[in-house]
Design a protein around this ligand. Structure first.
Ligand code: ADP
Length: 452
């Protein structure tokens, strides 16, 4: 029974026990404290320059540009007061060649998209006036003001040259100016920060914004005296911190990395970086699963040792398939069969094959959810927020569509804090954090500027 042993070994390797979850959480808190003390630590803990809160009475029209994942989005956000928000948006696919080409070309493409969005929605800018834009640029950027910063490194498959160490806002503003697009980049926003703001607009007890999409990351509200490295002034006593927690455990001291994770990392465009992200995020889970399946196939423990041409290609096992397979409760696993045979072109599969595939998927998915829980628990413990009513706004397809991701996270939080955490802490889908949130950030920027 080599097959059963192989599966049992995988269960062993991929299970995050309650004790390991707590150890990771403790290590994570240590990482947060280091990052709050000085720059250049594994958890970057980047001050967002977003201070102050919203009360839902704000009015105005803004644009948001969201770059940082699979699609580029342009959103027009109209705040009508009373907590009401109207949005219109268009998505544009970012060609792979733009992601790894010249940065200037990538930013020209962004300006073209915004320009055509304004045309399409007949948004006219009169005379010398400009529309204010919140720029959600979801990569590690060290901010130096609400609309200035420098890119620390690319992540998530992007690697456009000429931008690391430079200011993405300047690149974007230059691209607008070159094309005479009347838009002013008023705020540089991380998607986690936008998610927190957007969720807080309707849930005032929000303490954290989390992304579980192409990548993973979080932002939370920190007391300014605890941000020891912060040298700027402050008009209020708290600020949102963009943690860049996908980078956690660069030292590889605590996360339970397997040979399948190492293989993925080695073949990625950013080896040795974003170690936690590569175990959690939507961009990677399917590929980890593919690596495991190939290993079982090569050991003749799955599909009688036969592989399909599709599965042989990197990135062909999409994370979305995992959601579908997890949800497949049919006795013959015929939905799983369809994915394997119709989509991935396996000539035939047995029920036993499909059961193994489903088990592998569940192991990879559950590990991701429990590692997310360890990070969230770290933030909740560090801030003490779990002791009161606290809301966590989460954006991203992984959280939205993956079955049991939310219950797995809550189970993990309960292991750390006990059952009362269920009364206090709630998780919710924060839709369109990067659009509405960026607009709210542009608005807060204007508010602060008028106070300076
Ligand atoms: P982004 O993070 O790029 O703004 P999304 O939140 O839509 O956009 O996340 C895209 C990621 O989510 C992709 O990596 C994709 O693999 C994953 N994804 C898309 N659909 C699903 C799904 N049904 N279940 C799980 N993951 C999904």
């Amino acid at each position: 029974d080599k097959q059963r042993n192989a599966v049992a070994a995988l269960v062993q390797e991929f299970t995050v026990t309650p004790q390991l979850l707590k150890d990771i959480k403790d290590n994570f808190i240590g990482g947060m404290q280091k990052g709050l003390k000085k720059d250049g630590e594994t958890l970057a803990m980047i001050p967002s320059y977003v201070m102050g809160r919203l009360d839902g009475t704000e009015v105005g029209s803004y644009l948001a540009l969201d770059v940082g994942g699979t699609n580029l989005r342009v959103v027009s956000v109209h705040l009508t007061g009373g907590g009401h928000i109207n949005t219109r948006q268009t998505k544009y696919r970012i060609d792979e060649s733009l992601k790894v080409g010249d940065a200037k070309a990538l930013f020209d493409f962004m300006a073209v998209c915004v320009d055509s969005f304004l045309d399409e929605h007949e948004i006219v800018v009169r005379g010398d006036s400009q529309i204010e834009l919140g720029f959600t640029f979801s990569f590690p950027v060290l901010q130096t003001s609400i609309n200035r910063g420098t890119l620390i490194s690319w992540t998530k498959g992007f690697n456009a040259h000429g931008l690391v160490g430079k200011d993405p806002v300047a690149f974007l503003q230059d691209a607008f100016n070159r094309r005479h697009v009347h838009v002013r980049v008023a705020a540089l926003v991380n998607d986690t920060v936008g998610t927190l703001l957007a969720y807080a607009y309707n849930h005032p007890e929000t303490v954290m914004g989390v992304i579980l999409g192409t990548g993973c990351n979080g932002a939370y509200i920190e007391k300014i005296p605890k941000i020891e490295k912060w040298k700027g002034g402050a008009i209020v006593d708290e600020m949102i911190i963009n943690m860049e927690f996908g980078a956690f455990d660069k030292e590889r001291t605590i996360l339970p990395l397997t040979m399948f994770d190492n293989k993925l990392d080695r073949k990625s465009v950013n080896p040795n970086k974003q170690i936690l992200e590569k175990m959690i995020a939507g961009m990677y889970l399917g590929e980890i699963t593919r690596n495991i399946l190939l290993n079982l196939i090569d050991r003749r423990l799955l599909f009688e040792g036969n592989v399909s041409a599709d599965l042989n290609q990197m990135w062909t096992f999409e994370t979305a398939y995992m959601s579908t397979i997890e949800a497949d409760n049919t006795p013959t696993l015929h939905v799983t069969r369809k994915i394997l045979e119709s989509t991935l072109s396996f000539s035939s599969t047995t029920l036993n094959d499909r059961q193994i595939v489903k088990t592998v998927v569940e192991l990879v998915g559950k590990r991701a959810a429990r590692l997310s829980a360890a990070a969230m628990a770290g933030i909740l413990e560090h801030t003490g927020a779990w002791k009161q009513k606290a809301a966590i706004g989460i954006d991203g397809s992984l959280f939205e569509f993956y079955p049991s991701f939310d219950t797995d996270i809550m189970d993990g939080l309960e292991e750390v804090f006990g059952s009362e955490v269920r009364q206090n802490v709630s998780l919710g889908l924060a839709q369109d954090g990067s659009g509405v949130g960026a607009a709210l950030c542009a608005l807060l920027a204007a508010k602060h500027a008028s106070k300076d």
